[in-house]
Design a protein around this ligand. Sequence first.
Ligand code: HEC
Length: 247
Amino acid sequence: MTKQALISIALVLGLLLGTPSAQAFEGGGLMSANINIKDKASLQRGAKIYFNYCSGCHSLHFMRYSRIAKDLGLTKQEVLNNLDFTGAKFRGHAISAMPEADAANWFGKPPPDLSLMVAQKGPDYVYTYLNSFYLDPSRPVGWNNTTFPNASMPNPLWELQGLQVPVMSQPADGGKPEVTGLKLAQKGRMTPAQFHSATRDLTAFLTYVSEPAALQRRSIGIWVLLYLAAFTLLAYLLKHEYWKDVH
Ligand code: HEC
């Protein structure tokens, strides 16, 4: 292959891959959440963020506190002290204390149940959504979102992320200016790298919630494979035994 051909391949690859954050805000593409739901420490950190910043408005109707304790390796006391702020029983479901009708009045839409959100929209969507809020005084909530335009949810994590503002550009055809990027106008408590990692943990937790059986299924899967291997071996030995007399 010539040197020129190599260079053009590299250029095309570079264009295709781009940088993830530029794509997230410019092309409407999604950032890669890159979660690992087997990483219990990450799930525990995500649960903490969820119950501190999201559960005031959202519910997980299909998830019990006791189940979270069991799957995430937390004690009953840890869950009751650090995650359950509603006074719900340990065996109770993680339901928001906010009455749905009030929420619908305040935000125009009721906050959806998040139990199956990742199963419906995928982890990359949720991760990108959490990273693409920006200030928009024209919206009743004061916020907008490039991944879900005109969402009626205020940025719950603004203190951690800081305040993002839109970068506007005039389209070539002279239409209305469009949001083509986001920039941090005021720093938050976290650096952008820390915030990415926190929203990754949160996305991992919501992914686990939307499929709690996944963790269990994986460990059962290994036993199923071992069983099949052992069974194949037995069948082989048995066949050997039967045919011995025939020969
Ligand atoms: C102040 C209340 C409030 C808080 C706090 C809140 N949300 Fe929301 N959320 C809403 C409302 C209202 C909607 C419905 C938005 C709509 O459909 O326009 C929503 C919608 C969503 C959606 C669905 C987006 C879609 O594409 O349909 C996701 C995902 C979500 N929230 C995640 C979170 C997470 C994660 C947190 C915690 C970091 C959180 N929310 C905190 C009010 C809230």
